[in-house]
Design a protein around this ligand. Structure first.
Ligand code: A3P
Length: 319
């Protein structure tokens, strides 16, 4: 471990700069414990952003017989969030303990989903250092809808600022607004700067290792998306999602089909019921995200990827 020792404001800080993969270097491999395996690390990461359908994708992925996820974090029972936060300083052993020891290394696909990786400054560099060959999956929906869904999520988690301020107040807060409002605004809007964040991942991962899923299609036609995901991952055997998923009219979403026609859907916190976005907020956000969306369209064009329908609609507004 490289340590960056610096004195700031009289306090001593140690920062682990990067955790490289010990298996990539023969000298490290030779001194590593025999009980350890180089295959107890993810072959792919679902990086987010939050509120785009990442939990639905997670549910569908773990239905596949060869795809295994990490066990939940014992503290939060949620995402591991290794590459983006201070957990990173706990080191590789801490991270690897979340993953099952793969039974058959060539066919098992371990993965991890942490939806905050997407907009993290550090995550791409750190992930590329430990799992450079990992494939990266991101899901995009209209960033305005994402921001609104995120705000509703914060309200239902009783975030004081989200309860106190309307959505419009959050997104339109100016530089002199109270700091709690400014902080909430940043967390709400910044993940939607899609091109910015994807460009940062592409500094560290080649384009062929990145899959961009249209979140609208994941919502309406998950079987087709899951076929694309399987092809992208190169996972076998091919799993037939058109037989394994069913639309649950009560939930209003696609769910896993169980025996005797029962369904397993995501819980109440996914696919929440809330009023539609007001038109002032829609107009504000459409303008706020305009340049970001133009950049995204250029980037997708460069990558030879089709434009999702929401992006085409947003670009048409510019004409
Ligand atoms: P809403 O609750 O605002 O409708 P994430 O898991 O990344 O937090 O994303 C949550 C969003 O996933 C939900 O946002 C919902 O619209 C979307 N979603 C897509 N497919 C879904 C599915 N099959 N079941 C539930 N939610 C789904």
């Amino acid at each position: 471990k490289e340590l960056d020792k610096s004195i700031q404001g009289g306090e001593l800080f140690f920062t682990v700069i990067l955790n490289p993969n010990p298996c990539d270097d023969k000298r490290h491999r030779d001194i590593w414990s025999k009980e350890k395996t180089c295959d107890r690390l993810p072959k792919f990461l679902v990086i987010g952003p939050q509120k785009t359908g990442t939990t639905a994708l997670y549910l569908f992925l773990v239905m596949h017989p060869s795809i295994l996820s990490n066990s939940p974090s014992p503290k939060t029972f949620e995402e591991v969030q290794f590459f983006n936060r201070n957990n990173y300083h706990r080191g590789i052993d801490w991270y690897m303990d979340f993953f099952p020891v793969p039974s058959n290394v060539s066919t098992d696909f371990l993965f991890e989903k942490s939806a905050n990786y997407f907009h993290s400054e550090e995550a791409p560099k750190r992930a590329a250092s430990l799992v450079p060959k990992a494939k990266i999956i991101t899901i995009l929906i209209d960033p305005s809808d994402r921001a609104y869904s995120w705000y509703q999520h914060q309200r239902s988690h009783e975030d004081p600022a989200a309860l106190k301020f309307s959505f419009y107040e959050v997104i339109s807060a100016g530089p002199h607004a109270p700091s709690e409002l400014r902080a909430l605004q940043k967390r709400c809007l910044v993940p939607g700067w899609y091109a910015n964040h994807i460009e940062r991942w592409l500094v560290y991962f080649p384009p062929f290792q990145l899959l961009i899923i249209d979140g609208q299609q994941l919502r309406t036609d998950p079987a087709t998306v899951m076929d694309d995901v399987q092809k992208f991952l190169g996972v076998s055997p091919h799993y037939n999602y058109s037989e394994a998923l069913t639309f649950d009219s009560h939930k209003g979403f696609w769910c896993q089909l169980l025996e005797e026609g029962k369904t397993k859907c995501l819980g109440k916190s996914k696919g929440r019921k809330y009023p539609p976005m007001d038109s002032d907020s829609r107009t504000f956000l459409s303008s706020y995200y305009r340049d970001h969306n133009v950049e995204l369209s250029k980037l997708l064009h460069k990558l030879g990827q089709p434009l999702p329908s929401w992006l085409r609609q947003e670009l048409q507004k510019l004409r």
